[in-house]
Ligand binder design. Structure first.
Ligand code: FMN
Length: 166
């Protein structure tokens, strides 16, 4: 890799993010979730967010089917959920096996004991094909705050990854 390319990657890696579990449901009730950092609010009227999802992910498949996803905002203390939801695919394991969760009326899983959550319905005509990833723009249709705590950030994960050498 050239020095210029390395510098560009280092620079892009300085962008700040949170880390979230994005959950979804298929038309037949299959559930799954994945870690995502590409999550941001775009407008408040209407309340709209966007998420960037890799098109190879199982979660992408479910979001495409139902048009629905939930953004689960994690507490810093929930960093152990990152390898479960971010390093394995729901095509191979049941990520919810040892976790407490409930479902929204539409059937999307919401993890218990998180900081807050919001249920989102994608706006089809605003989905952008970005190559490897799709950018889903979605209306926030429901949500709640569970507790006040420090939110998990990408920086906290990176720093602890270096510390723990995971
Ligand atoms: C720190 C971290 C951040 C991630 N951010 C994203 C992201 O923004 N978008 C994405 O599609 N995948 C992201 N991933 C990768 C997915 O979480 C991962 O590929 C996951 O295993 C997909 O699971 P699934 O196939 O069950 O949907 C991230 C993973 C980690 C560890």
């Amino acid at each position: 890799m050239t020095q210029d390319k390395k510098k560009i990657i280092e620079s892009v890696n300085k962008i700040s993010y949170g880390l979230y579990v994005i959950t979804s449901v298929g038309n037949d009730g299959r559930i799954n979730g994945q870690i995502g950092n590409t999550v941001f609010q775009i407008t408040s009227t209407p309340m709209r967010v966007a998420v960037g999802i890799n098109k190879n992910n199982y979660t992408y498949e479910l979001i495409k089917e139902s048009g629905l996803f939930v953004i689960n905002i994690l507490k810093q203390s929930q960093i152990d959920l990152v390898p479960i939801f971010g390093l394995k695919s729901g095509r191979e394991i049941n990520k919810f096996e040892n976790l407490k969760y409930h479902k929204t009326a539409a059937g999307v899983p919401v993890l218990d004991d998180i900081l807050s959550w919001m249920e989102c319905r994608i706006v089809n005509e605003l989905t952008v094909d970005c190559g490897t990833h799709a950018l889903f723009v979605a209306d926030v249709v429901d949500g709640d705050v569970i507790t006040s705590d420090e939110p998990l950030t990408y920086k906290f994960y990176r720093d602890s990854k270096i510390k723990k050498n995971v």
